[in-house]
Design a protein around this ligand. Structure first.
Ligand SMILES: [Zn+2]
Length: 86
């Protein structure tokens, strides 16, 4: 039970490309700084175009319209404005 095989020292390389030139602002998570964001564009029921970003690292979520960030409560208000629940 001898193992003379040296174990290679393999450390995970630190990603050094978190900030890429030409990347649009807001491409990183405002909470943890991760670049692993999923961005979706959608239109709310009141016609407001919004962009939804979700962070894969910390699950921070950002809603934004063309004017900037939106409060989630505001998104809910807009999204349910024209819905009829009976
Ligand atoms: Zn994050």
């Amino acid at each position: 039970m001898k193992s003379n095989a040296p174990i290679p020292d393999q450390r995970p390389a630190q990603p050094s490309s978190l900030t890429r030139p030409g990347a649009r602002s807001g491409a990183t998570c405002p909470s943890c700084g991760s670049a692993r964001l999923t961005s979706l564009s959608m239109t709310l029921t009141d016609g407001t175009p919004v962009n939804f970003s979700s962070c894969h690292n910390c699950e921070h979520r950002v809603w934004a319209d063309e004017q900037g960030s939106l409060a989630f409560a505001d998104v809910l208000t807009r999204a349910t404005k024209k819905k009829v629940v009976s």
